[in-house]
Ligand binder design. Structure first.
Ligand SMILES: [Zn+2]
Ligand SMILES: [Zn+2]
Length: 271
């Protein structure tokens, strides 16, 4: 059984409402030994969307200290962050990471060319394939140009928002995007980072986590060893979402271990 959920949001993320206490209580109920909060920081998120993902980091860390103390005999709570990477904010991200002692950092791409693919204008005036490819290229560039993270977050989450997925999802072709996907994986491995298996893909009805199975297998084939597992829950009921499926899938892909990060250092746990 997978006993660590390493991608969890609380009310400190502007798209989350859950109190940390409720998420932690749910984690204890589900038998988790470790939970890592990874609330969002997305500097310079496009203002047209009327959202801001600028975490109140000091308050967040203070609250986590209180939670760690309160629950220390029942569950391990880790301090994480999900950083939204864009090329022009890398200095700000470097400064943030050097200022705070995070256990675990997920590097994610949520904004491509100043647009969030969640919104429809990203998909206007280009083919679906071009929209997907552009996002994969942005993930590749972010892994090349920024190293202050431990795992590359939800590599193929762009698929969720592709127009055809919204009507009926047909698995996208790994081979069509193979060149750029392989470059992402090779870059991650070269810089001694990992990838996450993000089970929200199951929740979105895709039938696979992010990234899809072929990419996880390919990561293994290329020599990748570091895999964290996260639900990306924004509500307590989504914690550990389909972790049993993720466990079988990882074994099927040849992995015997998954990883958690304490104080930025990987710890391997047997599957
Ligand atoms: Zn994300
Ligand atoms: Zn997330």
């Amino acid at each position: 059984m997978i006993t660590a959920d390493l991608h969890v949001h609380s009310e400190f993320s502007s798209d989350g409402k859950a109190a940390m206490e409720d998420v932690i209580e749910q984690g204890i109920k589900l038998g988790l030994k470790t939970i890592c909060f990874t609330d969002h920081i997305d500097y310079d998120y496009p203002s047209i969307y009327n959202y801001t993902f600028e975490l109140k980091t000091d308050d967040y860390l203070k609250k986590l200290e209180i939670m760690k103390e309160r629950y220390k005999s029942r569950i391990e709570i880790l301090t994480g962050i999900e950083l939204g990477i864009q090329p022009h904010i890398i200095d700000r991200l470097d400064a943030l990471v050097s200022k705070y002692p995070f256990d675990f950092i997920i590097g994610s791409v949520h904004v491509v060319d100043n647009m969030d693919p969640y919104f429809k204008e990203y998909w206007e005036n280009r083919t679906e394939e071009d929209g997907i490819l552009r996002c994969f290229k942005a993930v590749k560039e972010s892994c090349e140009n920024f190293q202050e993270f431990h795992v590359c977050g939800h590599i193929d989450y762009i698929i969720r928002y592709a127009p055809s997925t919204k009507t009926s999802y047909k698995e996208y072709s790994y081979s069509y995007y193979k060149d750029v996907l392989d470059e992402i994986l090779r870059t991650v491995i070269k810089h001694q980072k990992g990838i996450e298996v993000n089970t929200s893909g199951y929740k979105y009805g895709l039938g696979h986590p992010h990234p899809k199975t072929e990419i996880i297998k390919r990561y293994k084939e290329l020599g990748g060893e570091v895999i964290t597992i996260g639900s990306d829950a924004h509500k307590p009921e989504h914690l550990c979402y389909d972790f049993d499926k993720a466990e079988s899938l990882l074994k099927e892909c040849g992995f015997n271990y998954y990883t958690i990060f304490r104080d930025g250092k990987p710890v391997m746990i047997k599957l």
